[in-house]
Design a binder for this molecule. Structure first.
Ligand SMILES: *Cc1c(COP(=O)(O)O)cnc(C)c1O
Length: 408
């Protein structure tokens, strides 16, 4: 359902409903088929298995395991690596909370690396100073669909034999030097949540080329029950994180639409970047050579020295034109959220923070210059595969007019 827009205001497709999603007859057909089989659990059905086989082939990974959520995919990847309580996992200060809380659930300590203020991604330079003898893994988020610079990150990690998890929830089909994200590091995690490139409402996928991590991932998603083994047992602490066949059926249909969805997002985003070229105070997304950014969102940077009030004022002006952007994306660095600030975990125990080195949980602002400066500048425009040239032209016109008005 689209609500009628006020005169002169264009209503943009939304990823929260059918206007901005590719769900249609293909999903309905496979969903009906799943229901008719009467088998809705992936332990017996065929759709989730088909999704796993096809997704692995698509990204060029040896293994793919579907699960219930993107957060569950991250949790599974961490459980595959199996940290000891109090081990440290280096992560980013700008990401979704679903990429962070699983670290604590596995008894490990999230250690925040600063980010590059231009891309808001972690880099080898920001990760290096927070590594310690307790670092058990590094998790990178390819924010908004723009790949982190993995070559430097991987060489840093390989030197120290630290596995790298790539959070690809926002970066389906993004590549670096032709290699799909999710297969550059040791484990890749994807989300099929409502607002991602393809969706089943909720859902996740873990990919890896490592047989050991794949086996542990499969088990972790399945209460660690050894399906198919000669003498199966529940081998270790694990949850039921399975995707249902209902989701699997929809996911299989969505997968056929992923290429086109990504192409449309990228084509329209590059069109917008071209249209905004030379607009004072506005910087369009920086994409490194040999990278493909697949635009989960379109993230601008606003220079408050040129546009007074910066991203917040510009967002307010855009709102009057029906464009609902998010200045500062997550508002504050992840470590400034109550869960980290007050260490609210299990009862009053503060576990696992009780095991942390003081430096590992020191969130002094001075340690995160890139994070604060990045958040200050960014303005995240909603984006999806239903955007057409007319939408992009409307956004570009509004941005130009409102930015120029504020700059006067
Ligand atoms: C969406 C998202 C997640 C969590 O995925 P859910 O499916 O919502 O649990 C994790 N990391 C990033 C970067 C995300 O954008």
């Amino acid at each position: 359902m689209t609500t009628a827009a006020a005169p002169g205001i264009m209503s943009l497709p939304s990823d929260q409903d059918s206007t901005g999603r590719t769900l249609g007859e293909e999903e309905i057909a496979l969903l009906s088929q799943a229901i008719r089989t009467g088998t809705l659990t992936s332990t017996k059905g065929a759709f989730v298995k088909e999704l796993e086989t096809r997704f692995a082939r698509l990204v060029g990974a040896k293994h793919a395991h579907a699960c219930s959520h993107g957060s569950a995919a991250i949790h599974t990847a961490i459980a595959a690596i199996d940290p000891e309580p109090g081990d440290e996992i280096v992560t980013t200060s700008i990401t979704d909370m679903g990429a962070l809380t699983p670290i604590l659930y596995q008894g490990a300590i999230p250690v925040f690396a600063d980010v590059d203020p231009v891309t808001c991604n972690v880099t080898a330079e920001t990760i290096k100073p927070v590594l310690s003898s307790k670092t058990k893994a590094i998790i990178v988020t390819h924010l908004f669909g723009n790949p982190c610079q993995m070559q430097d990150i991987m060489s840093l990690a390989r030197d120290r034999k630290i596995p790298v998890i790539e959070d690809c929830a926002q970066s389906f089909q993004a590549t670096q030097k032709g290699v799909p994200v999710g297969t550059i590091g040791d484990i890749g995690c994807f989300s099929l949540q409502q607002g991602k490139h393809i969706t089943t409402g909720e859902g996740g996928i873990v990919v890896t080329n490592n047989d050991h991590y794949a086996r542990r991932s499969f088990l972790f998603i399945n209460k660690a029950w050894g399906y198919g083994d000669a003498t199966p047992d529940h081998y270790f602490l694990a949850l039921n994180y399975r995707m249902t066949e209902l989701q699997g059926a929809v996911a299989v249909a969505q997968l056929d639409k992923l290429n086109d969805a990504v192409n449309q997002r990228v084509t329209m985003a590059l069109l917008l970047s071209g249209a905004l070229e030379g607009l004072p105070g506005i910087a369009t997304p920086h994409i490194a050579d040999e990278d493909v950014h697949t635009f989960w969102k379109y993230c601008l940077r606003v220079d408050a020295a040129v546009i007074p009030g910066g991203s917040v004022k510009l967002a307010a002006a855009l709102k009057t034109r029906g464009i609902f952007s998010a200045p500062r994306y997550i508002q504050k660095p992840a470590f400034a959220c109550q869960i980290f600030r007050d260490q609210r975990t299990f009862g009053n125990s503060r576990f696992p923070f009780t095991l942390a080195r003081p430096e590992a949980v020191d969130y002094d602002k001075a340690k995160f210059p890139g994070t604060y400066s990045g958040l200050e500048q960014i303005l995240v425009l909603p984006w999806n595969e239903k955007y057409q040239i007319s939408h992009v032209e409307y956004i570009a016109t509004c941005l130009r007019e409102e930015a120029e008005k504020l700059a006067q």
